[in-house]
Design a protein around this ligand. Structure first.
Ligand code: NAD
Length: 500
């Protein structure tokens, strides 16, 4: 009991105790024990964070982009120096392996690196002589206070999709972390201050719906970035839009991977194994459905895949050679087990049953593999967010494409094939925001942007890359004329460029 650490929020670069009644217990999913607690941020705490961020806004936007970039160069160095410590914080609270935690830190770091070139990204267009003696240019200006609400499953990478871009663009930021895995995001905030960020530019809180509602409704908050589940994201999108904010809400998924008859099945099998069961399936880009084209493809694939699923090395993040850690909570484990029961009850064939894998008292599950899954079953339709893979058999490529395109989600989709025509057709016609060809988890790198389609994203902007820069800035177009270019007399008619 005594070694449970109490976490604090960070407002104006200072640690602050939350004032809400609710206290969150943070578990180590590998042991099932509480390791940290945090008293939630109250509505007043969030208001204070927003007001501080607003007060610092004018001064921060006046800092030149190259000075902002200099701070981010320092930040990059600090993250590299602290990678082991950050990875420990992630794995202790999430359960993923240390190498996987380091992988997400590296992906977040790429966004920081992208932001060190903010000068270049904010470079504008200039057109001389849009009309006689008249020039036009574009500016991208910061919005003011922006806010981010992040999920439990990427405690480093997802926050880093947001605040480095927003802050590099000259905004101030209020970050609301997941109550399940907040320690890494709090430490990353401290490192921003060590890197030279002025106080109050990034304020980081842990809280629930009451805290989020303040962010969505407060008139000083100009933009909301959300990453999390679809029901929450959809309601956040509605509420924040109603309050005239920009919103990008990146949500749940059901990512399909098509295996064509000509695919290299060994390559496909290894790819599927990592993509379906890595991080215990708790990734928004995890592959949760494999569509096999032709029965022979299905038989051969399952023959290779099933023993590997059975033999997955499940254990705590710090144990040697572990491939898959626990799921994040007992609630998650119960929900996943419930889905497996539904799959069995609805008639799918449970080839590998991961329900009985127990490793100490943690929230462990083994990998589960279903064959003969039908598109009407709940294990096919819903996001399970656990180590459960469904195989759906179809006869033709066109059936596979039609299935994906009629699914409610459209985050990622992949095809495994040697046929360039099929791959190209798939890339052009599949209804998903991120597509892989012989790449199972096609997460775009930092200079590209991340975002799904359909019920995987509400709002029009994907996150990070140039989409992120556009999301966190407003376009202004300036048209100039100097005295030497002024024409005689008033003009009462609207002038086209060539007439003026
Ligand atoms: P979640 O929706 O439960 O929580 C996300 C955030 O919203 C957390 O900060 C949480 O505190 C807050 N929240 C929860 N309920 C709320 C409510 N009623 N009102 C206001 N705020 C609320 O999601 P999670 O379980 O933390 O994360 C897993 C989900 O996130 C999965 O659905 C996964 O697919 C999705 N995800 C999507 C992406 C993507 O880029 N599309 C990336 C990572 C995770």
């Amino acid at each position: 009991m005594n070694d449970v650490i109490e976490l604090k929020h960070i407002i104006d670069a200072q640690p602050v105790k939350g004032r809400a009644d609710e206290v969150y217990s943070i578990y180590n999913p590998a042991t099932g024990k509480i390791i940290r607690r945090v008293q939630a941020a109250s509505a007043d705490d969030v208001r204070l964070a927003i007001e501080v961020a607003h007060e610092r806004s004018e001064a921060w936007r006046a800092v030149t982009p190259s000075k902002r970039a200099q701070m981010l160069f320092n930040y990059r160095q600090l993250i590299i120096q602290h990678t082991d410590e950050l990875a420990q914080l992630i794995s202790q609270e999430h359960g993923k392996t240390i190498d996987d935690a380091k992988g997400e830190i590296a992906r977040g770091l790429e966004v920081v690196e992208f932001c060190t070139a903010i000068n270049n990204h904010l470079k504008s267009d200039f057109t001389a002589e849009v009309s006689s003696g008249i020039d036009s240019y574009n500016l991208r200006q910061p919005l003011g206070v922006c806010a981010g609400i992040t999920p439990f499953n990427f405690p480093a990478m997802v926050p880093m999709w947001m605040y480095p871009v927003a802050i590099a663009c000259g905004n101030t930021f209020v970050l609301k972390l997941s109550e399940k895995t907040p320690s890494c995001g709090l430490r990353l905030t401290e490192l921003m201050y060590e890197a030279g960020l002025p106080a109050g530019v990034l304020n980081t809180l842990v809280g629930g719906k009451a805290a989020v509602d303040v962010l969505l409704q407060h008139p000083l908050v100009k933009a909301i970035s959300f990453v999390g589940s679809t029901p929450v994201g959809e309601s956040i999108y509605r509420e924040a839009s109603h309050h005239h904010k920009r919103v990008q809400a990146l949500c749940g998924a059901k990512n399909h991977l098509v295996v064509m008859p000509d695919a290299d099945l060994t390559q496909a099998c290894d790819a599927i194994l990592g993509a379906a069961y890595g991080s215990a399936g708790e990734r928004c880009m995890a592959v949760s459905v494999v569509i096999t084209v032709g029965d022979e493809t299905a038989e051969q694939l399952i023959e290779q895949l099933a023993p590997k699923v059975q033999q997955l090395r499940v254990g705590a993040y710090h144990e040697k050679d572990v491939e898959m850690g626990p799921v994040v909570s007992q609630d998650s484990k119960n929900r996943i087990v419930d889905y497996i029961e539904q799959g069995v009850a609805q008639g799918a064939t449970l080839k590998i049953d991961g329900r009985d894998t127990s490793v100490g008292k943690g929230f462990f599950l083994g990998g589960s593999l279903f064959d003969h899954v039908q598109p009407t079953m709940s294990i096919y339709l819903d996001e399970i967010f656990g180590p459960v893979l469904s195989i759906v058999r179809v006869k033709e490529y066109a059936d596979a494409l039609a299935l994906i395109n009629t699914h409610a989600y459209g985050n990622g989709a992949a095809i495994f094939t040697r046929d360039g025509d099929a791959a190209r057709h798939f890339s052009m016609h599949v209804e998903a925001g991120m597509v892989g060809v012989n790449v199972p988890i096609p997460v775009p790198v930092a200079m590209h942007s991340f975002g799904g389609w359909k019920r995987s994203l509400f709002g029009s902007a994907a996150i990070h890359g140039m989409e992120g820069v556009r999301f966190y800035t407003r376009l202004k177009t300036v048209t100039t004329r100097w005295p030497s270019g002024i024409r005689q007399g008033a003009q009462f008619n609207f002038q086209g460029g060539k007439d003026a």
